[in-house]
Design a protein around this ligand. Structure first.
Ligand code: ACO
Length: 377
């Protein structure tokens, strides 16, 4: 293969997995055997945890035990909270705070990779919610063990009573995006753990990979675009001028999907359901209109490349609907994806070899060293 073909490793198979099947041409996503559209809107997040870690849905007893085990690990180590306070004092972005705080989770409970996985999944909502509150001059809330994972995520940010529609909206989101083949952050996690490093290190690296706007950072800007457009009759003009400036439309295009991302449909349906009962219905209608116009304009702009709606567009709308602030969208993605990262790490530890690809050298080979005194000024 030439370097050109290898650019971005597109099309290269670098791992075998039983966790998720991503068929980019058919627009199909299967999570450990279940079509995402069937399981994501119905399952509890804790059921997804069991499915991805142990390869099957839990029995009632197993679900009870796993739920209790996760809930008992929600409290953060004191040093993690101290770090979050320092980070808030420095106004660090939430993803930076999450990356730093994730690394501190090795302070407690390092018995086994499975224990690390439990701690990581359980602690992420407390980190994100606690940090968001600290940044806004509020104290973190003591995690409640009697809440479902989705409820706990929202409670850590807002406290008080969380309505069932909001919790279900968030849970559908968490389930929908909990795993997705060998995306950049999952690949990063697998590479790290393939050296027989630990899960906290792998997940810390994965958070760093997720942070970038080409991966997990898109939903905030996608929502900005909807607000910037403001009215359907402005959509075409704003979109055309963005493209003319060489900007990418956030929430559109995908490395693997050449058709509509199936997750976009699930989240669009969840958003529709949610906005039918609560929230700003007009905003939802506006977003649907913008999507239609964006797809038409993108098809004219890049006729050779099918650019369709990706998961981030409706993520923005759904998460905004359930009340989450824009700055917390990517960290909320991490709260979901930490499940996939840990599941991939456990799989890699079980079945995998050291991941160590090669590079093609393209630099010179015939230079000769001169001491600095002999080099020009
Ligand atoms: N808006 C405008 N043009 C686009 C877009 C877009 N959203 N996406 C791709 N293009 C254009 C590129 O500019 C490129 O044009 P060129 O050949 O003239 O340079 C062409 O389409 C092909 O793009 P690639 O960069 O080859 O696509 P790639 O597979 O590398 O990128 C990506 C996929 C990064 C998602 C891209 O579509 C993008 O930047 N989208 C916007 C950001 C976004 O929504 N990210 C979230 C992705 S979903 C997720 O990570 C969970």
């Amino acid at each position: 293969m030439t370097t050109r073909e290898l650019t971005g490793l597109e099309g290269v198979v670098a791992a075998s997995t039983r966790l998720s099947l991503v068929d980019g041409n058919a627009g199909r996503l299967v999570l450990a055997g279940y079509p995402v559209e069937e399981i994501a809107p119905r399952a509890k997040f804790e059921e997804m945890v069991h499915l991805l870690w142990y390869g099957r849905l839990p029995t009632r007893q197993e679900l009870k035990e796993l739920t209790a085990n996760l809930a008992s690990r929600r409290r953060l180590p004191r040093a993690t909270l101290t770090l979050l306070r320092e980070a808030a004092g420095n106004s660090a972005p939430i993803m930076d705070a999450l990356r730093m705080a994730a690394a501190t989770l090795s302070l407690e409970r390092r018995e086994s990779p499975e224990e690390d996985a439990l701690t990581l999944v359980a602690a992420f909502p407390a980190i994100v919610g606690g940090y968001w509150r600290l940044k806004n001059g509020q104290e973190p809330i003591q995690p409640r063990e009697d809440f479902s994972h989705a409820n706990y995520c929202l409670h850590q940010m807002f406290g008080g009573e969380i309505g069932p529609e909001r919790a279900r909206g968030l849970e559908t989101y968490l389930n929908t995006v909990c795993d997705h083949g060998l995306n950049a952050s999952t690949f990063a996690a697998r590479v790290i753990v393939s050296t027989r490093s630990d899960l906290v290190s792998a997940v810390t690296g994965a958070v760093g990979a997720l942070k970038g706007p080409l991966h997990g950072g898109a939903p905030g800007p996608a929502l900005d675009m909807v607000f910037e457009i403001g009215r359907p009759d402005r959509a075409e003009g704003v979109i055309l001028s963005k493209l003319a400036r060489g900007e990418r439309l956030m929430g559109f295009g995908h490395r693997v999907y050449r058709v509509r991302d199936p997750r976009a449909d699930i989240l669009a349906t969840a958003a529709e359901k949610f906005y039918a009962t609560e929230g700003d219905r007009e905003l939802y209608e506006l977003a649907r209109n913008i999507e239609k116009i964006a797809l038409r304009v993108l098809a004219e702009h890049k006729p050779g490349r099918r650019l369709d709606t990706n998961v981030e567009f409706y993520t923005a709308l759904l998460l905004h609907g359930v009340g989450l602030p824009k700055e917390s969208f990517t960290p909320t993605f991490a709260i979901a994806r930490v499940l996939g990262w840990t599941a991939h790490c456990l799989e890699q530890l079980r079945d995998g070899r050291l991941i160590r690809p090669e590079s093609e050298y393209t630099g010179p080979v015939d230079l000769h060293f001169k001491p600095v005194s002999e080099r020009p000024n």
